[in-house]
Ligand binder design. Structure first.
Ligand code: ADP
Length: 159
């Protein structure tokens, strides 16, 4: 099915000059880029983007540690550890969500396949323990729609 997916090259990806490598890797999918922009992420956008993450982390790690990882994840996407911007991209095509997630690899860069984007370029920050995994990609077509509406205005995505 034709669908869209949101890709963010996170601040560590930009600081490490990985944009070219990541876009080249994603071009293997033969998906079309239909939106692209540089965004300076404010806390409000970060919180909306990671709406469900806080509860998931609290469930997994308990109140204190869960909240701490969540706060560090918000700091990370806002660029507090690297540079204060991300590159937001919209890819469109057959099975876009799965194709991009497969090349991105698992969330934890140490568990991700070593030939995936996250496996190649990601790391776990030694103090905050945040997975600095270089790239975000939507995990379902429904979430992709919500995320694209959050990050892009209607006329910024070419139909
Ligand atoms: P994904 O980015 O693969 O869709 P999630 O939505 O679960 O994964 O998490 C969002 C981001 O929060 C991750 O990409 C990572 O930067 C951070 N994160 C999630 N879970 C953890 C964790 N257990 N430890 C450290 N950082 C995490």
């Amino acid at each position: 099915m034709e669908e869209k997916t949101l890709v963010l090259i996170k601040p560590d990806g930009l600081v490490k000059s990985l944009t070219g490598n990541i876009i080249t890797t994603l071009s293997e999918t033969k998906l079309k880029i239909v939106g692209a922009k540089v965004v300076k992420v404010k806390r409000d956008l970060a919180e909306k983007h990671y709406g469900e993450l806080k509860n998931n982390l609290i469930k997994k790690f308990g109140e204190e540690k869960g909240k701490q990882i969540f706060e560090s994840t918000l700091d990370y996407i806002q660029g507090k550890f690297h540079t204060d911007r991300v590159l937001a991209l919209v890819y469109k095509g057959e099975g876009a969500v799965d194709k991009v997630r497969k090349l991105a690899g698992e969330t934890n860069p140490e568990k991700a396949s070593p030939i995936s984007i996250r496996g190649k370029y990601g790391r776990i920050h030694s103090e905050t323990k945040v997975f600095e995994n270089v790239i975000h990609c939507s995990d379902s077509a429904d979430n992709a729609k919500k995320e694209i509406d959050l990050w892009f205005k209607k006329d910024e995505v070419v139909e």
